[in-house]
Design a protein around this ligand. Sequence first.
Ligand SMILES: Cc1ncc(COP(=O)(O)O)c(C=O)c1O
Length: 384
Amino acid sequence: MTTQIHFGRPLVGDEERAAVMKVMEGPILVHGPLAGEFEAAFAAFTGAPHAVAVSSCTAGMHLIWFALGLKPGDEVIVPAMTHVATAHTVELTGAKPVFVDAEDKTGNIDIGAIEAAITPRTRGIAVVHYLGVPVDMPKVAAIAKKHNLFLLEDCALAPGARIDGVHAGLHGDCGVFSFYPVKHLTTAEGGMIILKDGELAKKLRLVKAFGVDRTHGERKVPGVYDTVALGFNYRMSEIHAAIGIEQMKKLQGFLDARKANFVALEQALAGGKGYRLLPQPDDGHLQSCHYCAVIVLDDALIARRPDIMAALGERGIGTSVYYPQPVPRMTYYREKYGYEGAKYPNATRISDGGIALPVGPHLNTDDMKTIADNVKTVIKDLIP
Ligand SMILES: Cc1ncc(COP(=O)(O)O)c(C=O)c1O
């Protein structure tokens, strides 16, 4: 059977297509007004004092660590349960990611284990809001403050996530979002940094564009500028920004659909045997934004995960794994730093025994019932 319930589908429509065509019909593909317009819309949605558009979440995180002057000999705390980009962007500066295990209940970083990983070389803490479930940021922010550390929130999965009513990304020193196709909103490739510090925002704008002292519009004589800092080309084009502006108009609808789907799936999965669903709190303190739903198989069934995912695929249900390995177990990090698996039991269990189920707005609550019925049946057949 071909897949009928896809794990992820970008929802772009006539509005995005028309906006892209409008850009393509004009002469300005980069350095135009749309990147700024998208930044303003994202800042308004999140309540951020500053928003800086970049070419991806990875570019944004690298830009930050680079702009802060992270260097060999420095260390940054990084969750073991995350996308490899969170670690790579530290590693790219020559600094060392020091991995901390996940908490078993949610898969988010084990806050209680952070302080034991801090050394005199630690310069920062990175957290990821895994699956769009907010990390309890006031607790992490208190640790960062106590040890004078920069606090970066990897918000790749967190548009719409809030802690005590304040959007994710505004509890630490900055938050970085991803607009890769299957995320909450997409620009094809793209990212956004939100932050409170105006001086740092200014620096990020400089370093994301070669360290050039004047933007295109500020050059009195065309082509004449100076370079005052080392920098990248991590800009967002007008084409990408045009898609983003249209997606922002739809974002709340997307989030509402994700929430309704997650609630329906949670209810329909209840009572099933052989797995547990990672909870996604949605109360006054932690407001999740439901990127996908992850069930973790009981230990006795973990070896059967490929069979379970294949059987679901045959029944037309797309699944995925978030994330496929604890990052310190990935070959690059294992070979460079060695790997002590015993340090990451929770991230390992979620990586090896987790199955990610879709709740995106391309699906509806009837689809959730279909997913849950099939999950229950396939797993029940395997329980001895
Ligand atoms: C937690 C996390 N961080 C970073 C990234 C990388 O985002 P991008 O592809 O925009 O660089 C991803 C991508 O899925 C992610 O899940």
